[in-house]
Design a protein around this ligand. Structure first.
Ligand SMILES: Cc1cc2nc3c(=O)[nH]c(=O)nc-3n(C[C@H](O)[C@H](O)[C@H](O)COP(=O)(O)O)c2cc1C
Length: 192
């Protein structure tokens, strides 16, 4: 039988991303996040209302989602600890400015999404930001000759834990194609 578990939070594995946005005080800026889901062209992220990222995204209505891998751990953590300060120059992060959203595109993040805000629902100190993905950018090494995403070559970092301790988790190389287990089970049952 399962045990009831009391904790203030339970993050069961969310990919870390670095928000890039225009900043009224510093020109451009970044903030580390992990709260998101994506469905089709939609992306919903959760940002604390007190954070500079929330204030700036409310103002400009555009942002980038920069998805780092293990190579950017230090900068990713620092961008998640420093608040209401300029971070791009301070952390020496290389970037260019998106033509579509005027938000920073981080060079060292293999996958980047350009996003346009549709609406923001603010509740109990959290801004739920509903956005449309207007462009998806990836390092060319992540695309095969047909232009399809090479899933096994990209390993985002996952954020996991409870109110007691939160940790980073890394992906290993195992990949299964969707439906392969159903196919195997059908074969075992003598069905095609
Ligand atoms: C791994 C990690 C994940 C985080 N996830 C979120 C998140 O999903 N939403 C959020 O509002 N803050 C999140 N934070 C905290 C912010 O990054 C942190 O409060 C930051 O200093 C805010 O900066 P700003 O005020 O300059 O925007 C996370 C931090 C780390 C290190």
């Amino acid at each position: 039988m399962k045990q009831s578990f009391k904790t203030s939070k339970l993050y069961y594995g969310f990919p870390i991303f670095i928000l890039g946005y225009q900043d009224q005080n510093f020109g451009h800026n970044i903030t580390t996040c992990s709260s998101s889901y994506s469905l089709g062209d939609w992306l919903v992220i959760g940002v604390g209302a007190e954070e500079n990222a929330a204030e700036q995204i409310k103002h400009y209505q555009k942002f980038t989602v920069n998805i780092p891998d293990e190579n950017l751990m230090l900068e990713m953590e620092q961008a998640g600890f420093i608040s209401h300060r300029e971070k791009l120059e301070r952390l020496g992060v290389h970037y260019e400015i998106s033509e579509r959203t005027q938000a920073p595109i981080l060079e060292d993040c293999p996958v980047v999404l350009d996003c346009q805000v549709d609406r923001i629902v603010e509740k109990e100190g959290i801004c739920h930001i509903f956005a449309k993905i207007v462009e998806r950018l990836v390092d060319p090494e992540l695309l095969d000759e047909k232009g399809h995403f090479k899933n096994d070559r990209f390993a985002p970092i996952y954020f996991m834990g409870d109110g007691h301790q939160r940790v980073y988790r890394y992906l290993d190389k195992r990949v299964d194609i969707k439906g392969s287990f159903i196919k195997k089970a059908r074969k075992k049952d003598g069905k095609n």
